[in-house]
Write a protein that binds this ligand. Structure first.
Ligand code: ZN
Length: 183
């Protein structure tokens, strides 16, 4: 008899990747080459699984879906129906309230980082690792040095509030932070 549970967990994670690819199908990243948006959620899942050894399917599915509510027309209810309440709850924990001005959203990310669930902290940590790598390697063409530095510093403020959730990935973050742009 085949083991059912791992196959079903893997199926959920792959379904989340396909769902996110569909939802982000018309979006591009801000890098000069305008990469397909789905590369970003896929990178988060890869950081968690390959660099962090995370195999929890709820965390991996939430990582793949983490920008669908914030950046597409997807609703929390839609995620709950398709992937269950746990996955939807993690995605909502890492979703900014876009009705707020950007500086307030950035401040709230720092404030909320310490009190989020472990799963949401893992997704947030992987998000910051991936975004710093992108800003270091292929920043948006219109970001001057100060803006890139400010982004690195803000990401570190967020990560400093969630330390303890995964020391290995926190070390990956610190190694990534070492590439903070300088003149
Ligand atoms: Zn993201």
């Amino acid at each position: 008899m085949m083991e059912r549970r791992p196959a079903s967990d893997l199926a959920t994670v792959l379904r989340a990747a396909a769902f996110a690819a569909h939802k982000h199908r018309n979006q591009r990243r801000k890098d000069a080459g305008a990469s397909p948006y789905i590369n970003h959620p896929l990178a988060l899942a890869a950081v968690l699984a390959h660099e962090g050894g995370v195999d929890d399917p709820v965390t991996l599915a939430a990582a793949l879906l983490h920008d669908t509510v914030e950046d597409t027309e997807t609703t929390a209810q839609e995620l709950a129906s398709a992937f269950g309440a746990e996955v939807a709850a993690v995605v909502m924990e890492v979703t900014d309230d876009k009705t707020l001005p950007k500086p307030e959203r950035k401040r709230l990310q720092v404030e909320h980082a310490a009190t989020m669930s472990d799963r949401a902290q893992l997704v947030k940590l992987a998000d910051k690792i991936c975004n710093l790598r992108d800003v270091a390697a292929s920043p948006p063409a219109d970001w001057p040095l100060e803006r890139r530095q400010a982004y690195f510093d803000w990401a570190k403020q967020v990560v400093d509030r969630l330390r303890g959730v995964h020391p290995g990935l926190e070390a990956v973050f610190d190694a990534t932070f070492a590439a903070r742009p300088v003149d």
